[in-house]
Structures are given as C-alpha cells and as structure tokens.
Design a protein around this ligand. Sequence first.
Ligand SMILES: O=C(O)CCC(=O)C(=O)O
Ligand SMILES: [Fe+2]
Length: 253
Amino acid sequence: MDSEKGNTIVLPLHDPRLERTIGQWDKAAGEVCEFGGATGEAGIGVSAGWLDDLADALSERSWVELDLSTRVPNGLLQALRDEVRILHKTESMARAGIGRGAELTRDRRVRRDKIAWLDGVTAAQAELFRFFEALRLGLNQRLYLGLKRFEAHYATYQPGDFYLRHLDSFKGRASRALSLVLYLNEGWGLEDGGELRAFRAEHDDEVVSVMRPELGRAILFLSEEIPHEVLPARRTRHSIACWFRQDEVPLPL
Ligand SMILES: O=C(O)CCC(=O)C(=O)O
Ligand SMILES: [Fe+2]
C-alpha cells in the first residue's frame, strides 16, 4: 500500500477550455496518428515519426528533451497548471517521500517538494493519461521496454525547495523504467533557479541536460540510467512527474 496515495484529492473541475482541445490532437499529430483516444473520438498528438525520433534518442543517449507545447493543446497545459495551483493553495499536497510503502522515508535533506498523485479522473488528467498511454504503447513497440503501466504525480517546489541528485529506480528492480517530467510554469526565467540537471551516468559528473521548467517543456529519460537533481527554486515551481513501470503490481522502487 502506498501511503502517499491516500492523500490524493480529486477536484471535479469542469474546464471549458478543454472542450476546444478535442480534435487538436489530430492537428498536432501531423499526417499519421497512431492511437485514438480511449473513447475513440479524439486522436492523440503522437505520430509514428515522432515516436521513432523519441525511441532513437532514448536508445542512443538515454534521455531526450521535449517541447510538448507544439503537441499538447495549450488549454490542456493550462488546465493542468490550474489543477496543481488549486491543490497547492488548498494545502492538498503532501510532503514527498523517498521509496515506497515500508521503505518510505521523508528526508528533508534530500527532497523538499510536495506531491499529489493523479488518478485520471478530471477531464484534463484523463486527456493527459491518453497521451501517456499512447507514449507507453508506442515506445514499447519500438524499444521492447515491457512498460506495463504508468503512475504520475503533481509536484510543487516552493522557494528554497530542491531534490538532490538521485536515480528514479534501482537497477534490476523491474519497476520504474522510463521517467517523464512535464513542467507547468509560465515565464520561468534563469533567475528563478529550479532547473533540472541531468548527468550522463552513475558516478559521472558530466551534465548532459539543464532544463528550465517552462510550461510545456518536458524531459524523458531511462529511470535506471540518468541521475538528476532539481536545483533550489526561487519561485513556486509546478510539474508532473510520470513513471512508466515494468511491474504489474506496485513494488518498491
Ligand atoms: O521536477 C523535476 O524536474 C524532477 C523531479 C524528480 O526528479 C522526481 O520527482 O523524481
Ligand atoms: Fe527523479
């Protein structure tokens, strides 16, 4: 049992901006749209060519930076940002831990963010989950990762909050295989800090990517390969972290 999940609050938001997003997935997808939405009515902006590019980048260097603002409708990004803001303002987010279940520890020396798990119930989350599912299926076909499911949480870092260098998964656990972080902050400047720094590999100090957590930007990386850290934020910083997992039932990290 994941004690963190008990703190999730679901807000039944109706957001008219989302209605405009139906059909925009197709537009964003370009010529080929591989997967329909769960109900079949809305195509998703995940084209075969784009999946090929992602798979190539992941197999060559284990990470890839993405600008999802050209693929994910802007109304959806804004609706997700509004959800996390409401969760934060209503103090509905719980202090994040490290590990799971019996191994869960909340060590403020390591990470200071607050989180709320997504359950896909609001319209915005349901749409985002269709996008994650299309990614899962498309990358499984190309990389044989055996991704069985995904889990995702909102995270909020307040000024001064950080997350020290870590791996999202330990080798051989067959749990979290692929990490995706999607950022939800408009007008994030260099002076705002809070960058994600990704390193080449364990025991390697070479920085391979520095991400400013701007709305719609995202990074995808192999959970067991790429150590990363969140530098101290100087402004409230919102994001969604998603992990594609190889286990059918939740196991510790
Ligand atoms: O928010 C980020 O940039 C990364 C967060 C992270 O590394 C994590 O939650 O495991
Ligand atoms: Fe991480």
